[in-house]
Ligand binder design. Structure first.
Ligand SMILES: C[S@@+](CC[C@H](N)C(=O)[O-])C[C@H]1O[C@@H](n2cnc3c(N)ncnc32)[C@H](O)[C@@H]1O
Length: 250
């Protein structure tokens, strides 16, 4: 059974209600990931690697492109981006946690890709010029921003994208809501720091933020639906239909 089929078979008719909120503060998030940075790969990579790899496939960075990895973590995707864009391109990672940035720099150096650049910073407020990147990647990061902040964060990612640039988001998904998602959200609410990524409606959120979704893939991590959305800024700069006019989420 494919991840797509698993996500679909888990779906129920239960009204899903709003996505969970993020109660952890950004300083707490930064401290958590600083402390977690040395163990992150061992703990997270077995689960996150397949979806992250799918996202990189969809983004398909090319030689000479300018690529940004928001919330680059320990640098696994950043190394792949730096390799793909090659010496004529630019690969930049940004992360809230200094420990994660150090890990990313070690990963780049270990791969002989010291030309990659890593900055400490908030993905909601990027220190880059408008249209500075051809490709922006974010895996297991967008769902860490609280609900009211999501439109502004995506507007910021869109600001730094070239008009024909691509954004790829890999995120836990609330599409295909079922018992596993229900249980996971309860654990997230009880342990908002340790179980921090919460499922969101990925493609819907991207559309509302003014992106045109080119392709979406559905996979699972530990039976939790994951959505991988590839999109471009909409030419007319507009967002999607307001929430109360949608047929259904997802
Ligand atoms: C779940 S990890 C994912 C890391 C990486 N993208 C990957 O796929 O392995 C989330 C990362 O986002 C970073 N992060 C959390 N909030 C952030 C923010 N507001 N701005 C930038 N990075 C943030 C964390 O420090 C952490 O490195």
């Amino acid at each position: 059974m494919t991840g797509d089929q698993r996500a679909t078979s888990e779906a129920t008719d239960r009204p899903p209600g709003p996505i969970a909120r993020v109660s952890r503060s950004k300083p707490d998030a930064r401290d958590w990931y600083d402390a977690f940075s040395r163990r992150y790969d061992a703990v997270a990579n077995p689960f996150e690697t397949p979806a992250r790899t799918s996202g990189l496939e969809l983004l398909a960075p090319e030689p000479g492109e300018r690529a940004l990895d928001v919330g680059c973590g320990t640098g696994t995707a950043l190394v792949a981006l730096a390799r793909a864009v090659g010496p004529t391109g630019i690969a930049v990672g940004i992360d809230l946690a200094d420990g994660m940035c150090r890990a990313s720099r070690r990963a780049l150096a270990g791969a002989g890709l010291e030309r990659g650049v890593v900055l400490v910073g908030d993905g909601a407020s990027l220190p880059f010029a408008d249209e500075a990147f051809d490709a922006v990647f974010a895996s297991f990061v967008l769902e860490l921003f609280d609900t009211p902040e999501l439109p502004a964060v995506l507007a910021e990612w869109r600001r730094v994208l070239a008009p024909d640039g691509r954004l790829c988001v890999v995120s836990l998904s609330r599409g295909g809501f079922g018992p596993t998602t229900w249980l996971y959200e309860r654990v997230h609410n009880l342990l908002p720091t340790a179980v921090d990524c919460r499922p969101i409606y990925v493609t819907e959120t991207l559309r509302e933020a003014g992106f045109r979704v080119l392709e979406a893939r559905y996979e699972t991590v530990w039976r939790l639906p994951v959505e991988i959305g590839l999109c471009r800024p909409r030419e007319d700069g507009s967002g999607g239909r307001p929430a109360n006019q949608r047929d259904r989420p997802g």
